[in-house]
Structure formats: C-alpha cells, structure tokens
Design a protein around this ligand. Structure first.
Ligand SMILES: Nc1ncnc2c1ncn2[C@@H]1O[C@H](COP(=O)(O)OP(=O)(O)OP(=O)(O)O)[C@@H](O)[C@H]1O
Length: 238
C-alpha cells in the first residue's frame, strides 16, 4: 500500500523552476527525512503533496484510505507554527483538545477516549504539567510542542512535519524522534519530516530524500538523487 506517490514532479513559481525530477513513494510505517540547504524547496515540495500548490509537471497522489481501509488522516505541522500571540486566550489543554473535535461538531463533549488521547499527546511532548497554562504564557519551544501535541491528538495516519523540532533542546529532540519511530514501528504511522538535524535523525529514519542542486540546473532549481533506503521499516501490515 502507498500513502504518497510522487511521480516526476516539477514545480515553478511563476516561470522560475525550483523543483524538478522528484519521484518517490511513502508507505505505511515509513519514517522519511527530507533534507536540503535553505531554499532547496523542501516546504514547496510538502505544499505540493498537501495539495496547497499544484505541480507544474508530474503527479502527486495521496491515498484516500489508511492500511486498515479507513479514511486516511493527515496531520500537518507547518514550519514555525508557534506564533500564537501573548494574548492568545486558550489554555494548553483546550488547544490540544481541539484536535479531538470533528469539523462541525464543536459542541460535542469529549469522550473518555478523547481525553485519554489528549493526555497521551501532552505527555508525549512533556507538556502535561503545563496543561492549565495559557498559550500566550509559553516559551517558543513550548508553543512548538503544543502544536505537535495538537496534531498527535488527532491521531493521524500520516504526519507531515516541517522542521518541527525548531526551538527544542537536544534531549527533547531525541525523545521526540524515538516517539515518532515507535508510532511507525508499532502502529504503522508514516512520517515525512523536513529537518536540518540529519546526523541525529538518520538513526531513526528508514528513508532519506535529499534535495540537491545539480550541474546544468538553473540556480534556484533543486532535484533529488534518490530516496535512499537507510534501513528496513519494522512495521508490516501482514
Ligand atoms: N510564494 C513564493 N513565490 C516565489 N518564490 C517563492 C515562494 N515561496 C518560496 N519561494 C522560493 O522558492 C525557493 C524554495 O523555497 P522553500 O521555502 O520551499 O525552501 P525550503 O527548502 O523550505 O527553505 P528553508 O530550509 O529555508 O525553510 C526559494 O528560493 C524561495 O525564495
């Protein structure tokens, strides 16, 4: 089963090419790191996958179902999402709980199950003790963790994370990578993560996509060599 299939993708801003020759697949249980220098179009690639930008050439296909045959749920943490202002009125618990409400059902009460998932999500990013704090009172790194916890609370099948560990210290980063890997190996979750922390992250990932600039390409245009297999994924749906 394939969650994301990218076939010969190229993308142009106006007439300016920034991506060319991108092809890869992401399967259940895959933990994929996406690297490349600043401006290598990593975010642009993610926005093409999410359907926020339309490929200029080629195709991106996102599965409609997960490995259990249910609707595929995608959790996206954009780059530098933690920009809630000082006056943001919600508490940590309220914001993360909002990940459990389904669209159009804002007045439904959280079930016991929902609350347990919110608790697990907050604990997984080390923010349980801070659940009663106002969002505006948190540090940048703490706000970033809350954004991640909210995505965890939705229990997605596919995580698309754009530099999610910005503002985290190295111990928290390592714990976060371990948690993600556990979710891939044990529950068949899939992850596509943009990162500049590739030395550390490569211990946890099973695939690596690097966007590189090749001889003969326009100066802003990046391409990929391969989707390198770093290890075998542990998860098998059979
Ligand atoms: N809306 C836009 N219009 C025109 N050019 C853009 C637009 N957004 C990004 N670009 C350009 O596209 C290129 C890729 O940008 P992108 O943000 O995808 O890179 P990135 O690899 O995610 O960078 P970073 O590591 O710095 O976050 C850059 O040269 C950038 O200036």
């Amino acid at each position: 089963m394939v969650y994301i299939k990218v076939e010969n993708l190229a993308f142009y801003y106006e007439k300016e090419p920034v991506l060319t020759n991108i092809s890869f697949e992401l399967n259940p249980g895959d933990f994929v790191m996406l690297t490349g220098e600043n401006g290598a179009a990593k975010t642009t690639l993610i926005r093409n996958i999410l359907g926020l930008l339309k490929p200029s050439i080629g195709n991106v296909t996102l599965s409609s179902t997960n490995h259990l045959g249910e609707k595929l749920l995608v959790g996206y943490v954009p780059q530098q999402v933690a920009s809630f202002n000082v006056g943001f009125p919600s508490t940590v618990w309220e914001l993360v709980s909002s990940g459990r409400y389904q669209r159009g059902k804002w007045f439904t009460r959280l079930t016991k199950n929902d609350k347990a998932q919110v608790e697990r999500s907050l604990k997984s990013v080390g923010m349980w003790e801070m659940r009663h704090k106002k969002i505006g009172e948190l540090s940048g790194g703490q706000k970033q963790r809350i954004s991640i916890a909210r995505v965890f609370a939705t229990d997605p099948d596919l995580f698309i994370l754009d530099e999610p560990t910005t503002g985290m210290d190295s111990q928290s980063r390592e714990e976060f990578y371990k948690l993600l890997k556990h979710n891939c190996d044990k529950h068949g979750k899939s992850i596509l993560m943009v990162s500049h922390d590739h030395e550390e992250l490569r211990k946890y990932c099973n695939k690596h996509i690097e966007l590189v600039r090749k001889e003969g390409l326009p100066w802003r245009c990046f391409s990929m060599d391969s989707c390198k297999e770093l290890s075998k994924p542990h998860y098998s749906s059979h």
